[in-house]
Ligand binder design. Structure first.
Ligand SMILES: Cc1ncc(COP(=O)(O)O)c(C=O)c1O
Length: 446
């Protein structure tokens, strides 16, 4: 890769940067919060939620959003989602307890996920949460619970898995040919599960859950999923159906710079899903509750990551801009697509144009926050601001080498810290790690 003085491209990356942040704002934030931090845009979160909610409710009123906690469970964010009216979609007891901790009514928790214990199932049933079973071992646990607590009638949903392969190609992420979750329709497992639950007695299957994480995220996939869930409901749940849950997996706001084409809008998704439900609803005793479980689509554009430029150097002819941040802060899945990046200049003088890489503080060779980026080359002291970093970032950021940065919520023009910068004791907490030296005492041999 060659360093270049001037580019002849029609529109340079830097010209495409939007919503420039003022040098003064960054300076004030740096003085208060340090050389790296996230800004969390509360107004954006609210407008995303409202936009999605009205896209669906304008077409079908019996509708709720179950926000996917795993995508970003910052307490300030999940509290806001609950205030807006979202249910909590959780996939572990830890997430379930987090929802309770922030005050979510247990009836507004959707408990999904492939691994639940007997106690998890008991708690969800006793609390009246929406419980979607994933595998036969959970039916065993449920059976055990029902035998011990036979007085009531219980309601559960089942996660289902079916063939989504269209014209021979798989839409699943990472090229898998099928989903590993739920009860498979084609091999007869779904039918077996329903029969077993009938045999146990005192259990009504009241819903089907069909979340699929696809790489295409297309509206046709959602039409297909919704139609299949309705068809299965007609076949198995005519008398008991209460909800149809089509899961998450939709696109949110995708900036032009990312180069993805034909991104559906919330209205496009709503039209595809609601048109099927509206066509099918008369088959059931009452209009089923339509649930969606968005994560990424609601939060991805609500976070920006700010990191200070520490050094600029050349190795061979390549330019490396070192920032006080890491790939873990912005794309822990380590994909190689460059995110939209804003350059806040804190230096005077001329800036040369060129191609450069932005690299992080870890000792990993692949710690590239941006690769082959073409723009004005930053100088030490400047800030680089990465957008669209609200999904699967802070939940996947490992305690690796350096403490995690603070998160500052922005509302109107006010800044409020919602996660402090970690200190050593948060990073390696002495209430769970043993710090004293110790002598291994052999267990007595029997
Ligand atoms: C069951 C379930 N629901 C919802 C989601 C959210 O998906 P996304 O963030 O792609 O909207 C996930 C993500 O893996 C999931 O597993």
């Amino acid at each position: 890769m060659m360093y270049i003085q001037e580019t002849t491209r029609e529109k340079s990356d830097v010209e495409k940067l939007r919503g420039a942040t003022s040098k003064e704002t960054v300076e004030a934030l740096e003085n208060k919060y340090g050389e790296s931090f996230y800004l969390f845009d509360l107004m954006k979160l609210r407008s995303n939620y409202m936009e999605m909610f009205s896209a669906f409710t304008s077409r079908y009123t019996n509708f709720i959003i179950g926000y996917s906690y795993k995508t970003n469970y910052l307490p300030a964010l999940i509290k806001e989602m609950y205030k807006l009216g979202a249910y909590a979609e959780v996939v572990s007891r830890l997430e379930y307890d987090l929802a309770l901790k922030i005050g979510v009514e247990p009836k507004k928790i959707i408990f999904n996920g492939p691994l639940k214990t007997y106690d998890d199932i008991a708690l969800a049933l006793e609390n009246g949460s929406i419980l979607n079973l994933d595998s036969f071992y959970e039916i065993d646990l449920l059976e055990d619970y029902v035998y011990k607590n036979a007085a009531s009638n219980y309601k559960v949903g089942l996660r289902v898995s079916f063939d989504l392969t269209g014209e021979g190609s798989s839409p699943h992420q990472s090229g898998f040919i099928q989903s590993r979750f739920g009860f498979c329709v084609e091999n007869g497992n779904l039918e077996k599960a329903i029969k077993r639950l009938k045999c146990i007695g005192s259990i009504d299957v009241i819903g089907f859950h069909g979340h699929f994480s696809t790489k295409v995220r297309s509206v046709s996939i959602y039409r297909k999923i919704t139609q299949k869930l309705c068809d299965l409901s007609k076949e198995y749940l005519l008398d008991t159906l209460e909800y149809i849950d089509v899961g998450g997996g939709m696109y949110g706001n995708v900036p032009e710079e990312m180069g993805l084409k034909d991104i559906p809008t919330f209205d496009d998704y709503a039209e595809a899903i609601c048109s099927v439900i509206n066509k099918e609803k008369s088959h059931f005793k009452k209009d089923p509750l339509l649930i969606i479980e968005p994560g990424l689509s609601i939060v991805v554009d609500t976070f920006k990551f700010y990191s200070k430029v520490i050094d600029v150097k050349k190795n061979q002819e390549e330019i490396f801009v070192l920032v006080n941040g890491s790939i873990h802060n912005i794309k822990p899945t380590m994909h190689s697509i460059n995110l939209p990046m804003e350059h806040v200049k804190k230096n005077g003088g001329l800036y040369k144009k060129g191609i450069f890489n932005v690299v992080g503080y870890t000792c990993m060779e692949r710690d590239y926050l941006a690769i082959n980026y073409q723009a004005e080359i930053p100088k030490p002291g400047d800030f680089l601001v990465f957008s669209n970093v609200g999904a699967y970032t802070i939940v996947l950021d490992p305690p690796f080498i350096k403490e995690r940065p603070p998160i500052i919520a922005v509302e109107e023009s006010e800044f409020k810290i919602v996660r402090k910068r970690e200190k050593l004791n948060d990073f390696i907490n002495d209430s769970i790690y043993l710090f004293q030296s110790f002598v291994l005492v052999g267990l007595p041999l029997l």
